[in-house]
Design a protein around this ligand. Structure first.
Ligand code: SF4
Ligand code: SF4
Ligand code: SF4
Ligand code: FES
Length: 339
């Protein structure tokens, strides 16, 4: 066994154990993005940085092996500052919205994008439930509101905003037997929420971005007005590890200046991929390789243009067949998603 000290706790581990495993054994949590217990680490993100107090070097806890006598710090101000810098670099290379502009503009925080998507799927009851959970009396509230959601609607920059208030008016007349949350309870629930949040913003939408966002969002689609929605929100908003880390470390989106990261959204069968949200952790590739050797996703291109794609000779639409759930699950952000 090897003895070392982590944050003043003496730890004994078997030779070959990583600092991450040693820290976990004494209840010290270290954040990770590119580490999977089942596949190991690519050591690429450095979010798990810890400091060797003897020589001040930062080490990736997920990959660095314990050595006898080591003194490791996982929470000094230098470590926290270093991790914040790493997270801010990732945010600088990120393109997308956590929450859609319409939701951010709604005083009740209604998740309009999901509501519209439920309507497209003809799930009217679920859409109405979502509506009434956020706005207890939409029949009165929405006609009196200045319609910030429509003013903020990204589709309005292309042709005209989604007719959100009309859709809500139609939906709220339906008797779907939804238990209404009373206004006072709702306000109390909002006030009691003390968690810090982080919201990434897409930034300036170029013509090229809009062309990609508009793909498949034809105004004449027979599913109606709701189908015009560009789905600006991120499907991983509630469990994105990058978003959680950004909040925890008080990270800023633009500490390193304006980003020129490209937006792109491609579909591999039913699995969507947004390169602007991909942190290039390799988790989906490692899982694909384990479950479907040689036929799962691979990295193509290099440097800033690195992207997840299909290997040569593999049908793009079948890339995630049988591995979609696992790959989406290990993706630490919303880069891989289902609509
Ligand atoms: S991947 Fe995470 S940080 Fe990026 S937009 Fe989605 S929720 Fe926000
Ligand atoms: S296009 Fe849809 S998700 Fe985007 S802002 Fe408009 S209603 Fe919201
Ligand atoms: S798609 Fe997700 S899991 Fe795959 S490399 Fe990008 S961030 Fe990692
Ligand atoms: S989790 Fe350790 S380098 Fe990414």
């Amino acid at each position: 066994m090897i003895k070392l000290t982590i944050d003043d706790k003496v730890v004994e581990v078997a030779p070959g154990a990583t600092i991450l495993v040693a820290a976990k054994s004494v209840g010290i949590a270290i954040p990770t993005l590119c580490y999977l217990e089942s596949c190991g680490s690519t050591g690429s993100c450095m979010v798990c940085a810890v400091q060797n107090s003897e020589n001040s070097r930062m080490l990736p806890a997920c990959a660095a092996r314990c050595e006898a006598g080591m003194k490791i710090s996982t929470s000094s101000s230098a470590v926290i500052e270093f991790r914040r810098g790493v997270i801010e670099l990732l945010l600088n290379e990120h393109r997308g919205d956590c929450l859609a502009p319409c939701q951010l503009a709604c005083p009740y925080g209604l998740d309009i994008s999901t509501m519209l998507h439920l309507l497209v799927q003809t799930k009217h009851k679920e859409a109405a439930e979502l509506l009434f959970r956020s706005i207890p009396d939409p029949q009165q509230t929405c006609p009196d509101c200045r319609g910030g959601c429509e003013l903020a609607c990204r589709r309005g920059r292309h042709d005209k905003p989604i007719a959100i208030r009309q859709i809500i008016a139609d939906l709220s007349t339906q008797n779907v037997g939804v238990p209404h949350l009373m206004g006072a309870d709702l306000r109390a629930a909002k006030c009691n929420s003390t968690y810090k949040t982080y919201n990434h913003h897409f930034g300036l939408v170029t013509k090229e971005d809009m062309a990609i966002l508009l793909e498949g969002k034809n105004a004449n689609d027979d599913t109606g007005e709701a189908a015009r929605c560009l789905r600006c929100d991120c499907r991983a908003v509630n469990d994105c590890q990058l978003r959680q880390l950004a909040a925890e470390y008080d990270a800023e989106q633009q500490r390193f200046g304006k980003s020129s990261v490209k937006f792109d959204r491609v579909y591999y069968g039913e699995v969507g991929y947004e390169v602007g949200k991909c942190v290039k952790c390799g988790n989906c590739i490692a899982v694909g390789e384990r479950l479907k050797p040689g036929q799962g996703p691979v990295f193509s291109d290099r440097g800033a243009r690195l992207t997840v794609s299909a290997p040569f000779g593999i049908d793009k639409d079948k890339l995630f067949d049988n591995i979609a759930d696992e790959c989406i699950k290990v993706c630490p952000t919303g880069a891989l998603f289902r609509d």
